[in-house]
Write a protein that binds this ligand. Structure first.
Ligand SMILES: Nc1ncnc2c1ncn2[C@@H]1O[C@H](COP(=O)(O)OP(=O)(O)OP(=O)(O)O)[C@@H](O)[C@H]1O
Length: 306
């Protein structure tokens, strides 16, 4: 469990994290989303005791990180920057960490196996591809068999098979009752992986919500219409709250309406439809919709009259 209360970090006059309050619960994968510079990495660093909050608190499994006697057994983390000595093999890297934290040598073999690096374990980590480096980072995070796992952008550099593998791994860790907190820029991948989302913008919390509800309530559902007469149909459909975009051909994308209304309007006007499809908003669209407000907020700070 991770509990942030009023968590704040200021760098000079920049508020990187601004009064964040949220709880990450065990047993589910929680996605941590936000545009570049939103404060995700800074928040993760504060959870891990690598950055001191300017204000507020954050507890991991009931205590501040530095108060845990065996932190690797409580929290395993992958941060964006690689922290492996390039001349060291994956095995040596993990073994050194294990030995300084009272973790057995068999656990090193186990995590190498779990991330698919057994065959490359004796090669120098400096020669690893980005994807292999990510796998080693994940092995490092899992080394202490931690109750809480924090991964910053674990999908970076992974191919399709690797992404699927991480998805299964994260779900498996959550199913074992662990707390899994993972940031990613791949929104649609998060939709498949995370059951819960914490979304921040400009260092502030803008959503703390189940993934399905987030997509349903925040996304804009659109209807794709193909017709022999897009101009006439568009004129018939236009009205308050309805937005129509043209692809230049015979397809319209309509938001703010429904397939029923569009079908009836086309029928009443005698316009032949070739396709009428309701499209559920993707998480990507929902995310852009939501964080656009955060960007607008930054562009129009409160107090500036229009
Ligand atoms: N050590 C630092 N000194 C000064 N400013 C910093 C420092 N670390 C982060 N910042 C600033 O704090 C803000 C939040 O950065 P952070 O890296 O936490 O965002 P992020 O959401 O992780 O972004 P990204 O997705 O691009 O990694 C940014 O404006 C960044 O420039």
């Amino acid at each position: 469990m991770i509990e942030a209360r009023g968590l704040t970090k200021r760098y000079g006059d920049r508020l990187a994290v601004d009064g964040l309050t949220f709880t990450v619960r065990p047993g589910t994968v929680t996605g941590f989303l936000g545009p570049n510079g939103a404060g995700k990495s800074t928040t993760m660093r504060m959870i891990l005791g690598l950055d001191r909050p300017t204000g507020g608190t954050v507890l991991v499994n009931g205590k501040p990180y530095h108060r845990h006697v065996a932190p690797l057994r409580e929290v395993g983390a992958l941060l964006e920057a690689r922290s492996v000595h390039p001349g060291r093999s994956a095995f040596r890297h993990l073994l050194a960490l294990a030995q300084t934290n009272g973790i057995s040598r068999t656990r090193v073999d186990d995590v190498l196996e779990a991330v698919g690096l057994t065959g490359a374990a004796r090669r120098r980590a400096g020669r690893f591809s980005l994807g292999m480096g990510q796998r080693l980072g994940i092995a490092t995070a899992l080394l202490g068999d931690p109750r809480t796992v924090i991964l910053d952008e674990p999908l970076n550099g992974l191919d399709t098979e690797g992404i699927r593998w991480v998805r299964e791994l994260l779900r498996g860790l959550a199913a074992e009752g662990r707390t899994v907190f993972v940031s990613s820029h791949l929104m649609n991948e998060m939709a498949l992986t995370a059951e819960h989302l914490i979304v921040i913008g400009n260092g502030r919390l803008i959503a703390d919500v189940g993934t399905a509800e987030f997509v349903r309530t925040r996304g804009r559902n659109v209807v794709r219409v193909r017709t022999v007469d897009p101009d006439t149909l568009a004129a018939r459909l236009s009205g308050p709250g309805v937005e129509i975009s043209f692809d230049g051909g015979e397809t319209l994308t309509v938001s703010g309406s429904t397939t029923d209304r569009i079908g009836l309007a086309a029928g009443a006007a005698g316009i032949t439809l070739l396709e009428l499809t309701a499209q559920q908003a993707s998480l990507e669209e929902a995310f852009i919709e939501l964080t656009r407000d955060a960007v607008e907020y930054r562009a129009n700070p409160a107090g500036v009259s229009s």
